[in-house]
Ligand binder design. Structure first.
Ligand SMILES: [Zn+2]
Length: 315
């Protein structure tokens, strides 16, 4: 890792058990561990008696059963969804078999995307859930009133174009989905993921007064501001490193992955290539880099690149 990010890979939990993690917050972790989900999806429950659920998780019957079992005698009044990846939203459909609470979210997959970004053609990371559409579409600043507590919606596109964080106002706690994770950096994979937007969404969080972040994957983050600053710094360093590759004549994304992700297992290189692509997209948009074959085309994995200044210098 180029920047000094203080990752926390500790997590005390038991699969299938709804556990209290703060006075008003409970969590049950789904058994869907992977290099992208860490131990699995953490589904949060807020409140007691009449509760809100955040990210029901993957389409795993055992996980939804554990959630419903843990909440017997209580009523789910709201279901909030941070974004439409397969490890976050498909559980909503399964939960429907048990409860009728409305779902909240920005919109279906891709709904926040700039049309110029193109279609979803590559499935990496957890993959997208194209089935889910929220009952209630929420926007930045909207407040969701629950029984004795409330959430402010904080629109944070970048990981996906429809990513929404939910701020539990009474606790100054932010349910940050995959926007910020404590155990790892977040995958930003074009076209639905967008690095420029992602960095802007990180910078937005610096203005918040949250005391804690509760990511979907991994433990809570207790000092969120310096942590978010280190994530921003990490992305800036990556951009600088990609620029340095170009300066050194390393002009394709697969070659850059070999240099920048030397310690990463080869099976993770396709995901790393998506990440470098998102950084390259940013450099192309900023006019720093250019595609060798077509200066105006958006960045793509298999293109060759040059520094914009270098290219004009060669003419
Ligand atoms: Zn995700």
């Amino acid at each position: 890792m180029p920047a000094d990010i203080r990752f926390n890979r500790e997590l005390d939990f038991e699969y299938g058990v709804l556990e209290t993690v703060a006075p008003s917050i409970r969590r049950v972790i789904a058994r869907n561990p992977s290099p992208f989900t860490f131990h699995g999806t953490g589904t949060y429950v807020v409140g007691h008696g009449r509760v809100a659920v955040i990210d029901p998780g993957p389409a795993l019957g055992a996980h939804i059963d554990a959630l419903v079992h843990g909440l017997r005698g209580e009523t789910i009044t709201h279901v909030l969804v941070t974004h439409t990846h397969l490890d976050h939203s498909p559980g909503c459909a399964l939960l429907r078999g048990h409860v009728s609470a409305p779902t909240y979210g920005f919109g279906p997959h891709g709904s926040g995307r700039n049309p110029a970004a193109g279609d979803e053609t590559v499935v990496v990371e957890e993959g997208a859930d194209f089935e889910f559409a929220p009952d209630v579409e929420v926007r930045d600043g909207d407040v969701i009133e629950c029984d004795g507590f409330s959430f402010e919606c904080v629109y944070t596109p970048g990981h996906t174009s429809n990513h929404m964080c939910y701020r539990l106002r009474e606790d100054r706690a932010l349910f940050c989905g995959d926007h910020v994770m404590g155990w790892s950096t977040t995958i930003v994979s074009p076209p639905d993921g967008h690095m420029g937007t992602y960095i802007a969404s990180l910078e937005r969080l610096l203005g918040g007064a949250d005391r804690t972040y509760w990511p979907t994957h991994g433990a809570l983050i207790r000092k969120p501001k310096p942590y978010v600053e280190s994530l921003i710094e990490h992305r800036r360093l990556r951009a600088w490193q990609v620029e340095a590759c170009l300066r050194d004549g390393i002009d394709t994304i697969p070659e850059m992955v070999k240099r920048l992700y030397r310690d990463l297992p080869v099976r993770m290189h396709p995901a790393a290539a998506r990440s470098v692509l998102s950084t390259m997209t940013l450099l192309v948009e900023q006019g720093v880099a250019i595609r060798r074959d077509s200066g105006s085309a958006p960045a793509s994995i298999d293109a060759g690149y040059a520094l914009a200044a270098q290219r004009s210098g060669q003419r």
